[in-house]
Design a protein around this ligand. Sequence first.
Ligand SMILES: Nc1ncnc2c1ncn2[C@@H]1O[C@H](COP(=O)(O)OP(=O)(O)OP(=O)(O)O)[C@@H](O)[C@H]1O
Length: 265
Amino acid sequence: MNAPTSENVLSVRDLTLFFTGKTPQVDAVSFEVYAGEFVSIIGPNGSGKSTLLRLIINELQPACGEIVFQGKMLRTMTPMERARRVALLTQHDNADLRLTVNEYVALGRIPWQAERPKTEHDDAIADAIHDVGIAHLKQVALGKLSGGERQRAGFARVLAQQPTLLLLDEPTNHLDPLARHQLLSLVKRKNITTVAILHDLELIQPFCDQVIMMNAGRLVCRGTPAEVLDSPWLEKVFGMQSLHVIHPKSGKTVRIFEALASEID
Ligand SMILES: Nc1ncnc2c1ncn2[C@@H]1O[C@H](COP(=O)(O)OP(=O)(O)OP(=O)(O)O)[C@@H](O)[C@H]1O
């Protein structure tokens, strides 16, 4: 799971948040993320996954607990310091739909604008747009893109930001099956430390180093993909079972997921 020799990028310690009432929506959650790791957060609807990411980006304040980013308390950082280090791709970023793809991806460069030369920004924007496969759409307005093209533009924006830590909230939404693999492979190839909320259990084994399973605000299971997907928590939390089958062509063992009969009858 965690590469012991690599730098600790993120420490989440006893993080707790209440929106209302006495039941926390995030309940004493702790985990560590190391440089270069791809970490997925999984869990049923309403289990607290997005709230956890909003805490890590400092959009919400915890009732208790702390977030330490590269040895520094996140809450003591200025917005600019945070923006240079952490990028978040969400489903709803309220971007102006009249912006062209190029202008939208350029928003990812704002944290670096004062520091770096213009040519560096132009290169970072062009590279990111090219890498996600929408160079032919760079002058098209966001409002004219399909859902999947819009999602690729979102990926380009956070890649252009060149963060130390990338947070992805359901990044495969709207993407066709091949595009899901292409874009997650891209993030892996760039070796960006990533924490991603994934609903698609099939993507865990191929892409993730560490998996965090949430249920009702609690972190109930954490480990490698095999440790988490083979644990009894998969049935308890998702009502799903993970089966190992031999691929008829490659002969390799692959994992498939099936709903428990008791959950769908
Ligand atoms: N602003 C808010 N005010 C009150 N309750 C909220 C607010 N935002 C989220 N919640 C509640 O907090 C809980 C966790 O929500 P969250 O969005 O973190 O879940 P999630 O695991 O990301 O769900 P999903 O998979 O459906 O996106 C839910 O019960 C939700 O209704």
